[in-house]
Ligand binder design. Structure first.
Ligand code: UD1
Length: 406
């Protein structure tokens, strides 16, 4: 019998949250048993689009997540949506043509996700979308456009929560393509939490009481903040109102605010940095603005915070997995399970509502929630197993690749 031919999987990542998801897939691939007559050898190519390029948003994440260096970096950098998406497409196309993957795996909802899915599909390479089906139903969010279009292109739709399965069915995607597999971000969280707790981040930010520097001591109550959505940070009035609310919370507890480069730049440009300091005040209060943190340091701080305020998608899920109350500073969420079962409250942008919810969380009345189904650390393995079964012909490929309209 001829030896089975290689199976070639090409994985794409571009921006910070992608790397955390990628780590779960790379680790599942690394854990595959050696190939035999039934399972062909699997080759993988790791492509970084270069959408995020700063050390703090990219290299540090690769290092801390134990990811191998990307085989190829497309170095697209920042730009408008059109130019960034276009440049990924232009530079990714020859890679797919040269390497001839059996499947391209894309994750999340960033511009790189959609660009890579478009290129692969037009070259007749099937696409697997990890984190399919999430919907905020707000088409003004660039991520929503990326999600809807990527799902329309993908042959495999890997969903992290039941609402995503419902959304995909309502959009007419056939059941054969939809797989509820759990959450790859939580795979990484569970794997790296023990290392994160040794990161020293609580000590580094003076968040342990008294002079204690033992990380086993409970942290003083503090709030952790991230903001980066264009709709929140590009509008002076909105960012000003949020900055005011944070300053108010900072009168009660220390507030740590690791700022995305875009946010730091806007705070400076709008003259709002005066609301913040780079150290705590004498009573150990106030809002401390710091550069973006590594994955391990941020995870450590999240796991010890009294509450987290954010407009990120992934952090809503991570806080649910950690049992830490999360206040989402947006009007919608594409991750409703974090509200229904987890610790998330979508508080919107009204400062009075934010302050009331923060007050609840800081007084111990925040939501505790429970872990959603299949958020068990094995989502990456499920995804790789389904892909390999389909690609090695053990499931009927006609079912997977059939056009939904046919
Ligand atoms: C992108 C994703 C968003 C994700 C976020 C995580 C899209 C449409 N948005 O948003 O879904 O939640 O990443 O961080 O894909 N910049 C740097 N250094 C970098 C990268 C960016 O300074 O390494 C600055 C640049 O000023 C750039 C701005 O951040 O113009 C925006 O970067 P971009 O990648 O376009 O989008 P994000 O806002 O990071």
């Amino acid at each position: 019998m001829p030896p089975p031919s290689d199976l070639r999987l090409l994985l794409v990542a571009g921006a910070r949250p992608n790397f955390v998801k990628l780590a779960a897939l790379v680790s599942a691939l690394a854990a595959l048993p050696a190939s035999d007559a039934m399972s062909p050898p699997v080759k993988r190519l790791l492509v970084h689009t270069g959408q995020h390029y700063d050390n703090a948003l990219s290299r540090l994440f690769f290092d801390q997540l134990g990811l191998p260096r990307p085989d190829i970096n497309l170095e697209v950098g920042s730009g408008s949506h059109g130019s960034q998406t276009g440049l990924v497409m232009q530079r990714f196309e020859p890679v797919v043509m040269d390497w001839k993957p059996d499947a391209v795996i894309v994750v999340g909802d960033v511009n790189s996700t959609l660009a890579a899915a478009l290129v692969a599909t037009k070259l007749h390479v099937p696409v697997a979308h990890v984190e399919a089906g999430l919907r905020s139903f707000d088409r003004r969010m660039p991520e929503e456009i990326n999600r809807v279009l990527t799902d329309n292109l993908a042959a495999w739709l890997f969903a992290s929560e039941p609402s995503a399965v419902v959304n995909l069915r309502l959009e007419g995607h056939p059941d054969e393509r939809i797989h509820l597999v759990g959450n790859v971000m939580i795979d990484s969280l569970q794997r790296f939490l023990p290392a994160a707790k040794k990161s020293g981040a609580l000590v580094a930010f003076d968040l342990l009481p008294g002079s204690s520097s033992s990380e086993s001591t409970a942290a003083r109550p503090f709030a952790l903040v991230t903001l980066h959505r264009p709709s929140n940070v590009d509008d002076e009035g909105r960012l000003g109102a949020l900055a005011g609310a944070l300053a108010e919370i900072g009168r009660r507890v220390p507030v740590l605010f690791p700022a995305h480069p875009r946010t730091a730049e806007r705070l400076r440009a709008f003259g709002l940095s005066a609301n913040f300091g780079d150290v705590w005040d004498r009573e150990q209060r106030g809002v401390r603005l710091v550069p973006p943190l590594g994955y391990l340091e941020f995870l450590h701080l999240m796991s010890a915070a009294a509450c987290v305020l954010t407009d990120s998608g992934g952090i809503q899920e991570e806080t649910t997995a950690l049992g830490i109350p999360c206040l989402t500073l947006r009007e919608t969420t594409e991750r409703p399970i974090t509200v229904e079962e987890g610790t998330n409250t979508v508080v919107g942008l009204d400062p009075a509502r934010i302050l009331a919810a923060a007050d609840d969380a800081l007084s111990g009345r925040g939501r505790r929630g429970r872990l959603p189904p299949l958020w068990d650390g094995h989502a990456g393995e499920r995804i790789i197993s389904i892909l390999l079964q389909d690609l090695s012909g053990r499931r009927d490929p006609a079912k997977v690749f059939r056009d939904p309209a046919s």
